[in-house]
Design a protein around this ligand. Structure first.
Ligand SMILES: [Zn+2]
Ligand SMILES: [Zn+2]
Length: 212
């Protein structure tokens, strides 16, 4: 049984998810921990629950989702994993920071491994399937667990909204088609954990999302 711990981090109110099961192994998804209080909140939770973080997964490499990567590398010796298109088509974090007018220095941490669509990602006694949902960014991934019926949707799908498509490699037509194909095709009761804002469900977004 997977426990999903949500942290809300940085200036963009980004949702970082720490998934762990009875084995005490965990995967960290989109570590946006920027301020030292945020980083402490995360490490305290890991320590208190006696967890071992095995992997750092990125739904995509926009600045708000990677603020904490350097911290995670220094603390747990883990390098991020992401889709290849994110590495190839997005500017480095320092350039993204300039565009958003953010002063906090962000050092890049090399992506150690590329995740491909439909890949199975294992940790502890659990697994996730990586779903390629491009459009918000060129290599956006969602992480789906069929058994426990949830999906971490990154910035592709939000409660009542979808991701912006005016950033590097964004494309609204591609995004809507990918959401319909990869996400709305999941079982209705699947709980959606987005990159920003509250959780939702596939059935709610299928019928109530004005963009779809
Ligand atoms: Zn984004
Ligand atoms: Zn975001």
């Amino acid at each position: 049984m997977i426990t999903i711990k949500t942290f809300e981090f940085n200036y963009f109110s980004e949702n970082c998810y720490l998934l762990h099961d009875e084995s005490k192994e965990a995967v960290l998804i989109d570590c946006g921990a920027c301020r030292s209080e945020e980083q402490k909140e995360l490490t305290n939770y890991v320590t208190e629950n006696d967890l071992t973080i095995k992997r750092l997964l990125c739904t995509h490499l926009h600045l708000d989702h990677i603020f904490g990567n350097e911290f995670i590398y220094k603390t747990y010796s883990l390098k991020p994993e992401a889709h290849k298109s994110e590495v190839e088509k997005l500017p480095p974090p320092a350039d993204q920071a300039r565009l958003f007018g953010i002063q906090t220095p962000v050092k890049p941490v090399e992506v150690a491994r590329y995740i491909v669509g439909n890949e199975t990602i294992k940790f502890g006694n659990s697994e996730l399937i990586a779903l390629l949902v491009p459009g918000h960014s060129p290599g956006s991934l969602a992480f789906y667990n069929a058994k426990e019926r949830f999906v971490i949707s990154g910035d592709a799908l939000f409660c009542g909204s979808i991701g912006r498509t005016d950033l590097w490699g964004g494309d609204q037509e591609i995004l809507i088609a990918a959401i319909k194909d990869k996400l709305l095709s999941l079982p209705d009761e699947t709980v959606v954990y987005p990159g920003h804002g509250p959780t939702t469900s596939i059935i709610d977004e299928k019928y109530n999302n004005p963009y779809l």
